[in-house]
Design a protein around this ligand. Structure first.
Ligand code: EPU
Length: 420
C-alpha cells in the first residue's frame, strides 16, 4: 500500500489537463453489452474503477482492450449473465450492467453492491424502473436474480426521497433502448453523465428524446450498432483542481474543463471572491484577495454536486468566518469532517449539515483516506496547510483521479508517494 506525502503551504500554479469523466464512462462501457458490434470509446481515464469495469465486461464475455485512453469492446461469443460479487462489491458503478444484460439476454444475475462509507445506497429505484418494464426479480444469496421475456415500454417515475438517481436512470434508459414500444422516464437524472450516455446510445441507433432533461422518452429498437465515441471531460476532477487552486491561493488553468457543467460551483466561488474566468477550452482560477465564507447545499444536477462537497468544505475550512454545508444527496457523507479537524479545522456536524468555522491556517497531520471524494478534500487541505500531511490508503484516490500526484507536481506541489 502507498501513502501520499504532501508538504503544504505553496500556491499551485500552471496548467492541468482534465481526463475523461469516470461517471460517464462507466455506464457507457456497460452500454456496449447492448450490441454485438465493436465499440470504440475515446478519452477514457486510466483509473482503478475503469479497470474494474474492464474486468467485469471480460467476465461477461466481451473482449476489451485499452490502448492509451482508447477502449475497444468487441464480442467473442455469447454473453454470460452473472456479474460477480467480487467486482460489483468494489464498485457500485458495476450495478449498471443489470439493465443492458436484461435487455440483451432476458436474464441477469447481478450481485447487490451493498452499502458503502458514504451511505446505505439502496437499489430500489433501479428495480422499480426495470420492474415496470416487465422484469421479475428475486434476491438470492446476495444477488439480484432477474428475468424478462421481452421488456415492454411504459411510463415510470424514478424520483426517490433524495431526488433522482443517476445509475437507476442509466439502467432503465439502457434497458428501454431494446424494449418493445415507448418508455417514458419521469424524474430522470439530468447529470451531464446521463446526457453523455444518451448521446452514446443515440450514436448506437437508439431513439431517445429529451436528452439532458428530467423526462426521457425512449422508443425501443430491435438492434443497436457499434459506435466510435468521445467521453466528456470529468467535471468532478475539474472542480477538484479548481478548488485546489482556490484553497492554495494559486493561479491555475484547468484545460478541457467544461464551464457549463460547473455553474453551481463557479457561482459559489465567485461569491467567495475567487476569480473564475472562462477561457477557450479551459477555466482559469485565481485568488487575489481574502476570501469570504459561503454556504452550499448539495442537490442533484444542476445543483451543487455531492461529489464536490468534501473538497468545498476543505476550502471553507481555510476561509476565516462561518459557513454551513448541507448534504441533501447522501445525508451521511461527512466522514472527512473528523480528519479535517485533525488538521486544525473547526467543523461541527449538525444532522445533515456541517458548520465550518474557517481558520487562518491548517497544519499538516497524518490522515486516513476513506472514500474517493473525502480523500480529495484531504489533498486540498494538505496542500493548503502548513507542514507535512500524510494521506494513508491513497488507493481510494486512484479510483477517480488519473495521475493525481504527477498532475500536482506539474503545478508545483511538493508531493510524493511513499510505501506504507
Ligand atoms: N437512491 C435510492 N434508491 C436507489 C438509488 C439511489 O434511494 O435505488 C438514493 C441514494 O442512496 C442517494 C440518492 O438516491 O441518496 C442519489 O444516488 P444516485 O443513485 O444518484 O447515486 P449513484 O447513481 O449510485 C452516482 C455516482 C456517484 C455520485 C452520485 C450522485 C457513478 C458511478 N456514481 O452514484 O459518484 O455521488 O451519482 O451524483 O456514477 C463518486 O464519483 O465519488 C460517486 C460516489
Amino acid at each position: 500500500m502507498e501513502k501520499l506525502v504532501i508538504e503544504g503551504g505553496k500556491p499551485l500554479e500552471g496548467e492541468v489537463e482534465i481526463a475523461g469523466s469516470k461517471n460517464a464512462v462507466l455506464p457507457i462501457m456497460a452500454a456496449t453489452l447492448l450490441t454485438d458490434a465493436p465499440c470504440t470509446i475515446r478519452r477514457v481515464p486510466k483509473l482503478r474503477d475503469v479497470m474494474t469495469m474492464i474486468k467485469l465486461l471480460r467476465s461477461l464475455g466481451k473482449k476489451v482492450e485499452m490502448t492509451g485512453s482508447t477502449v475497444v469492446v468487441e464480442s467473442r461469443g455469447p454473453l454470460h449473465h452473472i456479474a460477480d460479487y467480487k467486482l460489483v462489491s468494489t464498485m457500485r458503478g458495476s450495478f449498471c450492467v443489470l439493465g443492458p444484460l436484461l435487455a440483451k439476454l432476458g436474464k441477469a444475475n447481478v450481485s447487490l453492491p451493498g452499502g458503502c462509507i458514504i451511505g446505505v445506497r439502496p437499489v430500489d429505484l433501479h428495480l422499480k424502473g426495470l420492474g415496470a418494464l416487465g422484469a421479475k426479480f428475486e434476491i438470492e444469496n446476495g444477488y439480484v436474480v432477474s428475468q424478462a421475456k421481452r421488456l415492454k415500454g411504459t411510463s415510470v417515475y424514478l424520483g426517490g426521497i433524495f431526488g433522482s438517481s443517476v445509475l437507476a436512470t442509466a439502467n432503465v434508459l439502457m434497458a428501454a433502448t431494446l424494449a418493445q414500444g415507448t418508455t417514458i422516464i419521469e424524474s430522470a437524472a439530468c447529470e451531464p453523465e446521463i446526457e453523455n450516455l444518451c448521446h452514446f446510445l443515440k450514436a448506437m441507433g437508439a431513439k431517445i428524446e429529451g436528452t439532458g432533461s428530467y423526462r426521457l422518452i425512449v422508443t425501443g429498437v430491435k438492434k443497436l450498432k457499434g459506435v466510435s465515441f468521445d467521453v466528456i471531460p470529468d467535471r468532478i476532477e475539474a472542480g477538484t483542481y479548481i478548488l485546489l487552486a482556490a484553497a492554495t491561493h494559486g493561479n491555475v488553468r484547468v484545460k478541457g474543463a467544461d464551464y457549463a457543467h460547473l455553474w453551481a460551483l463557479i457561482d459559489k466561488l465567485k461569491q467567495a471572491g475567487v476569480d473564475v474566468i472562462q477561457e477557450k477550452n479551459a477555466i482559469r482560477v485565481k485568488v487575489k484577495k481574502t476570501l469570504t465564507p459561503v454556504g452550499i447545499t448539495t442537490h442533484p444536477y444542476p445543483g451543487f454536486p455531492t461529489d464536490l462537497q468534501a473538497q468545498f468544505m476543505a476550502l471553507m475550512a481555510v476561509t476565516p468566518g462561518v459557513s454551513v454545508i448541507t448534504e441533501r444527496v447522501y445525508p451521511d457523507r461527512f466522514i472527512h469532517v473528523a480528519e479535517l479537524n485533525r488538521m486544525g479545522a473547526d467543523i461541527q456536524r449538525e444532522g445533515t449539515s456541517a458548520i465550518v468555522q474557517g481558520v487562518k491556517m491548517l497544519h499538516g497531520a497524518p490522515v486516513m483516506a476513506s472514500d474517493l471524494r473525502a480523500s480529495a478534500g484531504l489533498v486540498i487541505a494538505g496542500l493548503a496547510a502548513k507542514g507535512r500531511t500524510e494521506i494513508h490508503r491513497m488507493y481510494h484516490l486512484e479510483r477517480g483521479y488519473e495521475n493525481l500526484d504527477q498532475k500536482l507536481l506539474a503545478l508545483g506541489a511538493r508531493i510524493s508517494r511513499e510505501r506504507e
